[in-house]
Design a protein around this ligand. Structure first.
Ligand SMILES: Nc1ncnc2c1ncn2[C@@H]1O[C@H](COP(=O)(O)OP(=O)(O)OP(=O)(O)O)[C@@H](O)[C@H]1O
Ligand SMILES: [Mg+2]
Length: 254
């Protein structure tokens, strides 16, 4: 099983939307995909039409109360979810005094690794132990970023964290790429921000995701945009992203 974390220190940049869409699209191409909600806000769980409190969730796994295999729910053809609930926030606090805390999530994922081709980890904004644990468990990190000033400063901070995790916890961690989100090519400051990132040598992907009001509707309905509004231009953009990610997974298979 390969593992990709979707992460950025900055909130509201489309991490959860990206996890939901990639999960649905990659599973539809016959990959066995596990979505893992590593965020106490549980947005990915809700976007899959699930209630994390109605049954076991990742908080129970982190606390060592149940096995990862016991919490998985099928949320689409070939697509499973390890749900979260708000209890994940206190489970994260519990990790603080846990020896080997960075490896807890990695071990949980390894325990179901033979059932899946790919795990996609949706992380919460900020750089807490859960996010570090997700980066410590990942082969690659995909970094959704809005192409504007404040987000770029957060990006620099986040890339520093990725370097630290690589140096201290996970030498195999690669940056899959920076994904521009909420991108509007009519806005000159968006184009300028992308150019500045590329000029600085940052690995910006060739695909960008634009805005659509349908995304919030799809997430509220518990459906991927690909199903809620198949002809939406952003469904096409996420299909293009899925191709880029597939190529990366094939090139980086161990
Ligand atoms: N392409 C898009 N166009 C318009 N709205 C979007 C798009 N992608 C996501 N959204 C909406 O923007 C909000 C933030 O998106 P999302 O939850 O995916 O971001 P996030 O980075 O996961 O946020 P958080 O940091 O809080 O976890 C949500 O209401 C979502 O429905
Ligand atoms: Mg989110």
């Amino acid at each position: 099983m390969q593992t990709v974390a979707i992460a950025n220190h900055k909130g509201g940049v489309g991490k959860t939307a990206t996890a939901r869409e990639l999960g649905a699209i990659l599973a539809s191409s016959r990959r066995r995909v596990l979505l893992v909600d590593v965020d106490p806000q549980s947005s990915l769980t809700a976007a899959c039409g699930q209630d994390g409190d109605a049954g076991g969730n990742l908080a129970d796994v982190i606390r060592g109360a149940v096995a990862m295999s016991a919490i998985l729910r099928e949320v689409g053809p070939g697509l499973f979810l390890a749900p979260a609930s708000l209890a994940l926030a206190s489970a994260e606090l519990g990790l603080a005094t846990h020896k080997g805390r960075e490896a807890v999530l990695r071990r949980a994922l390894a325990s179901v690794g033979d059932r899946f081709d790919l795990a996609l980890l949706d992380t919460h904004p900020g750089l807490g132990l859960l996010t570090v644990g997700a980066l410590a468990a990942a082969d690659g990190v995909l970094i959704p970023t809005q192409p504007q000033g404040a987000d770029l400063r957060a990006l620099a901070l986040f890339l520093q964290t990725v370097d630290n995790v690589r140096a201290e916890l996970n030498p195999g961690l690669a940056v899959l790429g920076i994904l521009p989100t909420f991108y509007d090519r009519r806005l000159t400051h968006h184009g300028a921000a992308l150019e500045a990132m590329r000029a600085a040598g940052l690995p910006v992907l060739s695909v960008a995701i634009g805005r659509t009001v349908r995304m919030a509707e799809a997430m509220a309905a518990g459906l991927p945009l690909a199903e809620y509004d198949p002809h939406n231009p952003q469904t096409a953009a996420y299909n293009d992203l899925a191709e880029v990610v597939t190529t990366w997974l094939n090139d980086n298979r161990i």
